[in-house]
Write a protein that binds this ligand. Sequence first.
Ligand code: ADP
Ligand code: MG
Length: 235
Amino acid sequence: MQLVKKFGTVTAVDRLDLTVSEGEIYGLLGPNGAGKTTIIRILSSLLVPTSGEAYVLERRVPDKSIASNIGYMPQETALDTGLKVTELLEFYGEIFGLPRSAIIEKENELLRFVDLEAWKNTLIAHLSGGMKHRVSLACALIHDPCLLFLDEPTVGVDPELRLAFWDHFHALKDTGTTILITTHYMDEARRCDKIGFIRRGRIIAEGSPTELLEKTETTSLEDAFVEFSRQEVTP
Ligand SMILES: Nc1ncnc2c1ncn2[C@@H]1O[C@H](COP(=O)(O)OP(=O)(O)O)[C@@H](O)[C@H]1O
Ligand SMILES: [Mg+2]
């Protein structure tokens, strides 16, 4: 790919090569400003790379034709706040052309999953930030996408629900869904099949959580990240 994205003088993504295999949960891990959101936005066809090329589901992106196969949960929730929770979910279902009965069935399943059944008739404007975040996750899942881009999906979500989210991500993986997720919670990163440590728009190390710990002889992914960063600056 050798993907590059510049914003003026800032290089947000710097000659990046990233491959996510079908059916895996791939976690992009790195500090704020490392380029994670930019990568996800390019792969979701929302940003055009400055140079290099990226392929998603065998199509060179940006390509709107793959939208119905992709679920994207943005880091910043920009939900239409004039709607109730169910209205927004149904709106998304309709965008994807799902039949009414399928939308209602999926909606009920997702409301249970994100624990918002009691709030389903509430205006989104009246929900807390964490709740809006959960609505956003439900919206990304309404059309059963085979590829999911989740940008910090568990920020502002309480620890118990966070665990439930991860169980659900694994259940989705078991049905063949591929997930590219960003997080800066190291405990969550352990639940990914593969991790890419990202720093200044580049992958500085990649592998399973166990491999990354073994390579650096550390016991926490945080320490592993620091070690790889150190190796990068003093080769
Ligand atoms: N739309 C934009 N305009 C200008 N700079 C941007 C824009 N989006 C991101 N950046 C910059 O690109 C870099 C990477 O940002 P981002 O992809 O959001 O990182 P992360 O998600 O890892 O925190 C940062 O320096 C950020 O300030
Ligand atoms: Mg981000």
